[in-house]
Design a protein around this ligand. Structure first.
Ligand SMILES: [Zn+2]
Length: 237
């Protein structure tokens, strides 16, 4: 007796369901940025069944301490990032291996990589940093990490042009087609217009941060809301 042939419509329905599942791409500069700035949002998205991907521009080799070499620190921080991402339920982490503290020198490479991952992973939402020069802490402004600014700038480039095949046409030879992200969420903005209630996820966010033993983040006061500048493509549903 031969096995019944599966109805191709079943596969088509499954494919459509997969495509409808929201996905989020978080582009950051260093291991721990995603959990620090988007930790509660990630846990909330995961609860709603979203697929979450991380692109991490550097492996954080400048944060050397205890006499370790930059390469050893980078290996340790990559391992911490992979562990935290797994705990957050992320579907994948991609490291770009750019030099820590010098991301702005690789801006074209970064733009190409973020357009590439937007086309490959096809996220509805692209998350990164507001590329503005300042960070706001309660009651004061300070200089934003230049790597965060550079990644935020490249993320805006990717959000602008990943949907246009004429940018980086070599991607099409690798089977990738243009993909316009619908929405951008920028962390560390001095003019946020959107927030996620972090209170139900504070314990979970603390656990994500506790993975970073090299960084001593456990004593941080975590905000009750994660605030973002939210940009929505005109006409996007
Ligand atoms: Zn950082």
């Amino acid at each position: 007796m031969s096995a019944p042939r599966p109805d191709p419509r079943v596969f088509e329905a499954a494919r459509r369901l997969r495509e409808q599942r929201p996905s989020v791409l978080i582009a950051v500069a260093h291991p721990d940025d995603a959990e620090l700035f988007f930790g509660a949002a990630m846990l909330r998205w995961r609860e709603r069944g979203a697929r979450i991907f991380l692109v991490v521009a550097t492996s954080g080799g400048k944060f050397g301490e205890g006499g370790r070499s930059g390469a050893a620190v980078a290996r340790l921080r990559e391992a911490e990032q992979r562990q935290a991402a797994a705990l957050a339920g992320a579907a994948g982490v991609f490291f770009l291996g750019l030099p820590d503290g010098e991301v702005s020198r690789s801006s074209r490479r970064l733009e190409e990589r973020l357009v590439f991952y937007a086309r490959k992973l096809r996220p509805r939402v692209l998350c990164s940093f507001d590329p503005g020069p300042y960070s706001e802490a309660p009651g004061t402004l300070w200089i934003k990490h230049p790597d965060h600014r550079a990644v935020g700038e490249a993320a805006l480039f990717a959000a602008s042009f990943s949907g246009l095949a004429s940018y980086f046409p070599a991607h099409s030879r690798r089977g990738l087609t243009a993909w316009p992200v619908r929405e951008v969420l920028l962390a560390d903005s001095v003019r946020p217009n959107f927030s996620v209630d972090a209170r139900p996820f504070l314990e979970g966010k603390r656990k994500l941060l506790a993975v970073y033993r090299s960084q001593e983040l456990s004593g941080l006061r975590l905000p009750a809301r994660e605030r973002f500048l939210r940009l929505v493509r005109p006409g996007a549903r």
